[in-house]
Design a binder for this molecule. Structure first.
Ligand SMILES: O=C(O)c1ccccc1N[C@@H]1O[C@H](COP(=O)(O)O)[C@@H](O)[C@H]1O
Length: 218
């Protein structure tokens, strides 16, 4: 049985007030980036403050890019993380080391055998597909060719990469992911979310869900 409500994650939150805006808009998860080179990077102490602001029933996702085990453990000790997100070249064994639910991000490099690679992460709670730009691990603000998404992956797919309030409805109609993830598309500036854009993104997702449901009725 397929989900009728697309789950929403807003990633790259750096301020408690942005976490509150996302929660108030009705998102399912917020993402915190622990990658030093990102304009959205937060410290474990900031993460704890943001997680406290968002309350108990919004999932806090901690995003790492090929991080050392000690760095991941430091974050886990500091903040109530509900889900890990591995956005680098981490193996399935490395992702599973923390005995926590996790998303594995795959960047859509030319020629990537998406389905085969995703199969190697069968213990992941979801497979996140993001755009590929050489030398940039994520948060590019660029969309990839959605026709490359394997149908078989949809039920555990988190679609990411260049989503915005303007294109997310089309993305849902064409791909039918379990969840969508947005960062740059709801920002006023890198790392600074915009409450109006977050609300517009959520509204666009819900409109697409309604359209899908009415279209599937006999
Ligand atoms: O957001 C970042 O700065 C970032 C840094 C390193 C790895 C991943 C990052 N963000 C993730 O990138 C995708 C797409 O972001 P966007 O919507 O295209 O800006 C998303 O999954 C973020 O979680």
């Amino acid at each position: 049985m397929a989900l009728t409500r697309t789950r929403i994650k807003v990633c790259g939150i750096t301020r408690p007030e942005d976490a509150v805006a996302a929660a108030d808009a009705g998102v399912d998860a917020i993402g915190l980036v622990f990658h030093r080179d990102s304009p959205r990077a937060v410290s474990p102490a900031q993460a704890a403050l943001i997680a406290r602001a968002v309350g108990p029933l919004v999932t806090v996702v901690a995003l790492f890019v090929d991080a050392a085990e000690a760095a991941v453990q430091e974050v886990l000790a500091a903040a109530p993380v509900g889900l890990l997100q591995f956005h680098g070249a981490e193996s399935a064994a490395a992702c599973g080391r923390y005995h926590r639910p996790y998303l594995k991000a795959l960047r859509m490099a030319p020629g990537l055998a998406v389905e085969a690679v995703a199969e190697g992460y069968d213990r992941a709670s979801g497979i996140l597909l993001d755009s590929f730009r050489p030398g940039v691990p994520g948060g590019t603000g660029e969309a990839f060719d959605w026709d490359r998404v394997p149908v078989a992956l949809r039920s555990r797919l988190v679609l990411a990469g260049g989503l915005t309030p303007a294109n997310v409805g089309d993305a849902i109609a064409r791909v039918g992911p379990a969840a969508v993830d947005v960062s740059g598309g709801v920002e006023a500036a890198p790392g600074l979310k915009d409450a109006t854009r977050i609300a517009a993104f959520v509204a666009a997702v819900r409109a697409a869900d309604s359209k899908r449901q009415s279209g599937s009725k006999p």
